[in-house]
Design a binder for this molecule. Structure first.
Ligand code: NAD
Length: 354
């Protein structure tokens, strides 16, 4: 693998490796940028066919975290850790303890959290050897389930889009179609229903869709039709790549604003939405509420402060929409531009803590 070519391509940064013979730990910590503060980002524990794939995953995801944290106004840079799941029997507690020691050795330069393949119990084990971990049990000062905060941020982002694009000051009577009513989608429907919005939902799990129908009076539509219906806003809250060559031509909504990560199948789909006059709220800008909540844990958890900060996602989305309209530039590019401005203004990264 041409490691430094990858680092250059992703505009790095630094990368740390640890192999612990005793536990079989193979860990990669990518610190993309720390100009705004210590790198914060989750820990993945997954199987990889090749070590190289794990490295690229870490590099790509940590870069995304830099952008997300900066846009959310957090004093954090972007980081990510990837632990390659051993192919043979292993002692999970010992492995995560060894990882915690690795994080501790980075002396606060990287702060870890849950991600795919890791959970609360793993974070508790890491916490036994380092304080540089978030997402621990609420009984130990942790921030708990991020989904309600993510949903709150998405609701605020939808409010900003509806004002900027549709000239409406409230969500009362606004028709929102939600694709995926899992953790975030459910809480989003709750927020939107409380604000007087009319809801349509689709989910591959009929029980989840029925719950939204029962609790929030949502109309249940088929998976195929959700992007096709007459509505004001479409909120993708299921998987990535929801906005693609098949779905975009069907859209009747003038706003796309949802929680899912990587909504644009390719960047050109952001250009396509812009060309069609559809306001797209960049995913990493609108879905940052969960990260804001976790970042609050680093400072000493305070749910009220996390909520107040999440509410500000409204201002970020409004600014992006305004700049996009004024400069005739797609919103996903404006979001990146704002981050690049913030990073340039931050100056060099501070020295590593001793
Ligand atoms: P989840 O798994 O709880 O919910 C996803 C829902 O989508 C499920 O109910 C699933 O049945 C449904 N679904 C899957 N494929 C579908 C399809 N083709 N059509 C309709 N429904 C479909 O996940 P979540 O935690 O609610 O996250 C949703 C999205 O938001 C993901 O992309 C996630 O990466 C992103 N996100 C989540 C958070 C968070 O705080 N949980 C934060 C930031 C971003």
């Amino acid at each position: 693998m041409d490691l430094f070519a990858h680092l250059k391509a992703y505009d790095y940064g630094e990368i740390h490796f640890k192999y612990d013979k005793a536990t079989g730990l193979k860990a990669i910590v990518a610190v993309h940028d720390s100009r705004l503060g210590p790198a914060l980002g989750g820990c993945r524990f997954l199987s990889y066919e090749r070590d190289e794939d794990a490295v690229v995953d870490a590099l790509r995801l940590a870069r995304g975290m830099t952008y997300k944290a900066a846009l959310a106004g957090l004093a954090h840079g972007g980081g990510k850790s990837v632990l390659i799941r051993p192919k043979t029997h292993f002692d999970r507690a010992a492995l995560f303890r060894a990882f915690g020691k690795f994080v501790e050795d980075l002396r606060g330069h990287y702060i870890t959290a849950e991600d795919s393949g890791t959970g609360l119990e793993d974070m508790e084990i890491i916490r036994s050897v380092t304080k540089n971990v978030t997402g621990v049990d609420p009984s130990s000062g942790g921030s708990g389930d991020p989904s309600p905060f993510t949903a709150l941020g998405v609701r605020r982002g939808i409010e900003a889009c509806v004002r900027q694009k549709l000239g409406r000051e409230s969500l009362d009577g606004v028709h929102v179609a939600v694709q995926g009513v899992g953790h975030v989608g459910y809480h989003l429907c709750k927020e939107l229903h409380a604000a007087g919005a009319k809801l349509s939902v689709a989910d591959i799990d009929p029980l989840k869709a029925e719950r939204a129908e029962r609790e929030f009076g949502a109309s249940v539509v088929s998976l195929e039709d959700i992007f096709d219906i007459e509505c004001d806003v479409i909120a993708p809250c299921a998987l990535g790549s929801a906005l693609n060559d098949q779905t975009i031509p069907k859209l009747k909504a003038k706003v796309v604003a949802g929680a899912a990560n990587n909504q644009l199948a390719e960047p050109r789909h952001g250009d396509d939405l812009h060309a069609r006059g559809i306001l797209y709220a960049p995913d990493y800008a609108i879905n940052a509420g969960g990260l804001v909540n976790v970042a609050q844990e680093v400072l000493g958890y305070d749910a009220q402060k996390a909520r107040e900060r999440t509410m500000k996602i409204y201002d970020t989305i409004y600014e992006i929409a305004e700049r996009s309209a004024k400069t005739l530039t797609p919103t996903y590019r404006i979001a990146d531009l704002i981050v690049e401005e913030k990073l340039a203004a931050a100056g060099p990264a501070p020295s590593r803590p001793k």
